[in-house]
Design a protein around this ligand. Sequence first.
Ligand code: FAD
Length: 345
Amino acid sequence: MANIVVMGGGIGGVTCAYELKDAVRDEDRITLVSNKAFFQFTPSNPWVAVKWRSKEDITVDLAAVMPKHGIAFNSAGVARVCPSDNRIELADGSSLPYDYLVIATGPELAFDEIEGFGPEHHTHSICDVDHATRTNASWEAFCNDPGPIVVGAVQGASCFGPAYEFAMIMDADLRRRRIRDRVPMTFVTAEPYIGHLGVGGVGDTKGLLESEMRHRHIKWITNAKVDKVEPGKLSVTEVGEDGKPSKTHELAFNFATMIPAFRGIPAVRGIEGLCNPRGFIVVDKHQRNPKFSNIFGIGVCIAIPALEQTPVAVGVPKTGFMIESMVTATALNIGRPAARRKCDP
Ligand SMILES: Cc1cc2nc3c(=O)[nH]c(=O)nc-3n(C[C@H](O)[C@H](O)[C@H](O)COP(=O)(O)OP(=O)(O)OC[C@H]3O[C@@H](n4cnc5c(N)ncnc54)[C@H](O)[C@@H]3O)c2cc1C
């Protein structure tokens, strides 16, 4: 019998636990460990911020669902991975041994890398459902007293789709409320051009998104580095092709939401051979860590190098479709007897 632990109850972790159930032997034990009692469908968080959906609409109680599938569930959260001992330490002080470990813990949101940035300071967030719920309260207050909006993604971000999506969601919501004309909108992004998306564009995303932004009267600043955020004011340096500052902007706002840079979670950061300096899990083409061969990584928590150099750093997005492929590869690789023998701890 093998003891398989999956860390993280998000899109990667939950789907991996399900797929593992089909891929491994009946006698193998699968445990899902998360730091929240619920699954959230992250792509719907932007809708929660404008109340097009509620938290209840887009979350699932994992403790109720997992046992029905023969998967044990623990919501204590992982405090530290101990790969040399093949165990994880949980935040409640207990310890869980594993034969195989799948890490799917998504990102830690690096708001602290910019002064005044993030939901504890002067900007809002849509990255987490509880952030999005809090954002909604501010959104309602903003709509009663509208003014300029700043939206986008900061330096080092690797998730641009939701920034564009949220700009257009706000535009649509403001139109419905018939107050769009009272809200100048500026899209601020680390991307070298609109529609780059961290991958050098996809088809004609540059043309399509520029046209859509013009159509919706959303101005933009690209190659942008956010220097700091103060109440109602975002300070931005625009960088030239050579990476040198070319212009500075002080943008007044009544409402600001920017996607932060991501990094790996503290439970894995600094473990040599397991992750890169930003705490992202290093994996090979089989989704397996080269040093600890019984550890696999999937989803936003894995290390993928930037696709091309850009004047301001941007990362490669890890989208749902990519995550599904990582999940299937991981489940089948752990399930295959030959792979088991090769990485037996
Ligand atoms: C706002 C937003 C919208 C997006 N929209 C789309 C979209 O439309 N299409 C698309 O393809 N992609 C989208 N993405 C990208 C991607 O699909 C999502 O980020 C997806 O949720 C990533 O899945 P994941 O499992 O890797 O990480 P997550 O969904 O972040 O899950 C990580 C899980 O690990 C848990 N965890 C964290 N720390 C610990 C710990 N210490 N111990 C145990 N568990 C822990 C978390 O609670 C969470 O349950 C979006 C991303 C964002 C932020």
